[in-house]
Design a protein around this ligand. Structure first.
Ligand code: S6P
Ligand code: ZN
Length: 195
């Protein structure tokens, strides 16, 4: 039988910290190429190198039926008009789905079907669960003014494939327009920035 420490984790829904579990930290410098506005990115990097998010992951056994989960905490802010975001990834085992549950703050998930490129912006808030199907690139975006915390639960075999996103980024971006989050084609945003 598992020990109680293996069965139970205690997390803080506001900070996203899990007692006794180290968190991976991602700073602005780790997200080079993710934001459309390169000039705003370089200016923000020169002004500091803020922490964008932390993820504490509980990844015990890795058998075929096992589950892993992580608690993320994504800071509020923007680079140009684009809200702070996670790197985003596909699962290495493409069939692997995931469930996100909002804990605190206000954000969205950007979902992109790998084969069609079809994109959806789905709200991520406390008391809401977002189902991320397999074969779907997913990125978390903080559209609010306080840290966004959430739990993500995924098959132990899911794995992270960051390479595809690093090569081509997501097709769409989520920007603030008149005080609201709006999903637009990244190519359109780049045209606007160039004009
Ligand atoms: C893992 C799950 C999350 C993310 C976390 C950070 O499958 O989707 O725990 O790892 O939201 O995002 P990223 O894109 O940097 O891994
Ligand atoms: Zn995932």
């Amino acid at each position: 039988m598992h020990s109680i420490a293996q069965l139970l984790s205690c997390f803080d829904p506001v900070t996203g910290n899990i007692a006794g579990v180290p968190a991976t930290q991602r700073r602005l410098e780790d997200l080079r190429g993710c934001f459309a506005d390169a000039a705003a990115y370089e200016a923000a990097l020169a002004a500091g190198n803020p922490l964008l998010y932390r993820v504490a992951s509980v990844e015990p056994a890795a058998g075929p039926g096992d589950l892993h989960y992580g608690v993320g905490c994504l800071m509020p802010g923007k680079i140009g008009a684009e809200y702070f975001l996670t790197k985003g990834h596909l699962h290495s085992w493409r069939q692997a789905a995931e469930i996100y549950i909002g804990l605190a703050g206000e954000g969205v998930m950007l979902l992109e079907d790998e084969s069609s490129g079809e994109s959806r912006m789905v709200p991520l808030r406390p008391h809401q669960a977002v189902y991320v199907p397999g074969h779907t690139a997913h990125r978390t975006i903080n559209t609010g003014t306080m840290p966004l915390t959430y739990v993500g639960i995924y098959p132990a075999h899911a794995g992270h494939d960051y390479a595809a996103i690093a090569r081509r980024n997501f097709r769409c971006a989520v920007i603030e327009q008149d005080g609201h989050p709006v999903m637009i084609e990244r190519s359109e945003l780049l045209k606007t920035l160039a004009s």
